[in-house]
Write a protein that binds this ligand. Structure first.
Ligand code: FAD
Ligand code: NA7
Length: 539
């Protein structure tokens, strides 16, 4: 170790700072502190643990990954001790689970809540990250791990009159604990995964629910319901095999993806397979468990879309409502599932307004006025309008790498990374679910990333490296790989948050590695096995 190394090592407040206390930040803190023995602090701007599951308290909020694989797998005892009683986990259960994990591994004492990190600047002379909170506290660390969340920065569209609304206006990602919509006149803008969950639950509570829909959605049943004790016991016995399958699968949702092409079977067989999976439920199962090419072959995609359209026609009683609810384009957004979405529109207390056909003119003090001059009177207006996904929270910070270069300048042509984990010019910084990370059920991908980052930091420590970062070439090559894979799919052909198309003015970019978790893990292993040859170390 040279003098500079000794100096910078002793002068840092922490070996590592972790930003965020969701699934990613919690496990990273455990890995670095409890397993690598480093001095670490995690900072979280929220008032509690859980990230997504702390903020999204809206009626109906739950995972759309089945609960048995929406959890950590890194600790066998933890897997055995946490039970579930329904197929999907409610927001409150996931929040409780993450709090349990924090206490079980004694992490709470090193998590500073209610603390937003406003800036993180790399000091090249000292090889340290200088981190400042929004209240002016300053800290230094040798490593910085950003677990900022990929669906964590709310998108609040600037609809005319938004701030004039006299009732309660709320984004689903900032749902107040005490907001009760029982008996109220509620409006909701947005029919994505969040909006559809909210609509199904809110219709049962609100006096009246008005749904402002911009795009109709393909939505399949979730198959939610009670899980009996015997199934839980059996699943727990089989966890080794289950996680082995998940880690080597494509979407990591706990089912076997299909290997059959949709057009290789008869129309009758196709319909049988679609029906079988409709009955089982789950959006990812319907897209990836029915046939292997729904997301890649336009003909296969059209067959799946036609099946869902036929269901809408069957379910929705009013033909005009059914028409408005029926999508016509590709089935290529993140697949949705729900507990009776289309059925909800048969209720007397639910009104559907297609704002594609009848746009919102303004939000008024009393409600929402549409182009047909109708003022929809509301007590509560809910923005289920999604997120500035993936890079949103990065750009909110004053984040600067070598030469004081701001992340916005670095990502001027859209966000990029090496392996979804790191980016050239930002040494000793590791991202969890950064741009071009895997498009999967996320906890297994988060674990994959945390474990790889932990191994790399362990390697850097043992070799006394001052800094480690990917080469520019490695990052460019990964970006190209992600673009090539995405272009083999139908996802880029529709407008959605997956490519940043939901935010006005945001550059449309590939933001995910769509090669599957198994492929992703192989890529990471190959890099580690090569002695991290695509990373440059300053020793
Ligand atoms: P998050 O849980 O988003 O945590 C990031 C944390 O970083 C946040 O608490 C945030 O406050 C904090 N933070 C950000 N910036 C700063 C800063 N500058 N200073 C301090 N703190 C900061 N994924 C699935 O795989 N399956 C599902 O079924 C599923 N359902 C979802 C349902 C909803 C409603 C939403 C919104 C997301 C869902 N997701 C789902 C995605 C979900 O976000 C991930 O599964 C997972 O929870 C992400 O964990 P994370 O730790 O990476 O990020
Ligand atoms: P999404 O999937 O981005 O959905 C947002 C919804 O809000 C969608 O229906 C949008 O319509 C609608 N939207 C967005 N902006 C506007 C404006 N300006 N006017 C009207 N309607 C608008 O976000 P979610 O939160 O539902 O889901 C994101 C992920 O989080 C999800 O995949 C889960 O993993 C959890 P559009 O369809 O774009 O026409």
């Amino acid at each position: 170790m040279n003098n500079l190394a000794r100096k910078s090592r002793t002068e840092a407040d922490f070996d590592a700072i972790v930003i965020g206390a969701g699934f990613g930040g919690i496990y990273m803190l455990h890995k670095l502190r409890n397993e690598l023995g480093l001095k670490v602090r995690a900072f979280e701007k929220g008032g509690g643990i859980g990230g997504t599951w702390y903020f999204n308290r809206y009626p109906g909020a739950k995972s759309d990954t089945e609960g048995f694989v929406y959890r950590y797998s890194f600790d066998k005892d933890l897997l055995q001790e946490w039970d579930w009683t329904t197929r999907y986990l409610e927001q409150s259960e996931i929040e409780q689970y993450l709090n349990h994990v924090v206490d079980r591994f004694d992490l709470r004492r090193d998590i500073q809540l209610n603390t937003e990190i406003a800036s993180a600047v790399f000091n090249e002379q000292r090889n340290l990250w200088q981190v400042r909170t929004s209240t002016g506290e300053a800290f230094t660390s040798r490593y910085l791990v950003t677990a900022l969340g990929l669906l964590a920065k709310s998108n609040m569209p600037d609809i005319p009159g938004r701030d004039s609304f006299g009732g309660i206006l709320v984004h689903t990602n900032a749902w107040p604990r005490d907001l009760d919509i029982t008996g109220k006149r509620v409006g909701v803008i947005g029919t994505g995964s969040t909006g559809t969950q909210f609509i199904v639950a809110a219709a049962k509570q609100a006096g009246h629910l008005t749904v402002f829909q911009r795009s109709p959605q393909y939505c399949v049943p979730s198959g939610n319901g009670p899980v009996d004790r015997a199934e839980v016991v059996e699943t727990k016995k089989n966890f080794d095999a289950i996680w082995q399958q998940v880690r080597n699968s494509v979407v990591a949702f706990g089912f076997q993806e299909s290997g059959v092409e949709a057009m290789s079977v008869s129309e009758e067989e196709r319909r049988r397979v679609f029906q079988e999976n409709w009955d089982k439920g789950n959006g990812f199962r319907f897209m990836f468990g029915t046939f292997c090419d729904i997301a890649t072959n336009p003909e296969a995609n059209a067959a799946a879309a036609a099946f869902i359209r036929s269901k809408i026609k069957e379910i929705v009683k009013d033909p005009e409502t059914a028409r408005k609810l029926t999508p016509t384009g590709l089935y290529a957004k993140r697949p949705l599932c729900n507990e009776g979405y289309y059925e909800t529109f048969n209720r007397d207390n639910v009104t559907l307004v297609s704002i594609e056909e009848n746009p919102i003119e303004a939000i008024t003090p009393a409600g929402v006025r549409t182009a047909d001059s109708v003022e929809h009177k509301l007590d509560v207006l809910v923005f289920a309008t999604g997120f500035d996904a993936v890079d949103g929270n990065y750009r909110s910070m004053d984040l600067r790498g070598r030469g004081g270069r701001h992340i916005n300048e670095h990502w001027g042509d859209g966000p990029t990374s090496y392996l979804g984990l790191s980016t050239h010019g930002f040494p000793n910084m590791f991202m969890i679910l950064g741009p071009n990370g895997p498009f999967t059920n996320l906890p297994p991908s988060i674990e994959t990333q945390v474990e790889w980052i932990g191994d790399l930091i362990g390697h850097a420590e043992r070799s006394r490296a001052l800094t480690v970062e990917p080469t520019r070439q490695a990052e460019e090559s990964w970006t190209k790989t992600c673009q090539e894979i995405a272009n083999m799919t139908l996802f880029p052909k529709v407008q959605s948050w997956i490519f940043g198309a939901n935010i006005p003015g945001k550059k449309n970019t590939v933001m995910f590695y769509m090669g599957g978790i198994g492929g992703y893990r192989n890529e990471l292993k190959a890099v580690a096995d090569s002695g991290y040859s695509t990373l440059s170390f300053d020793r």
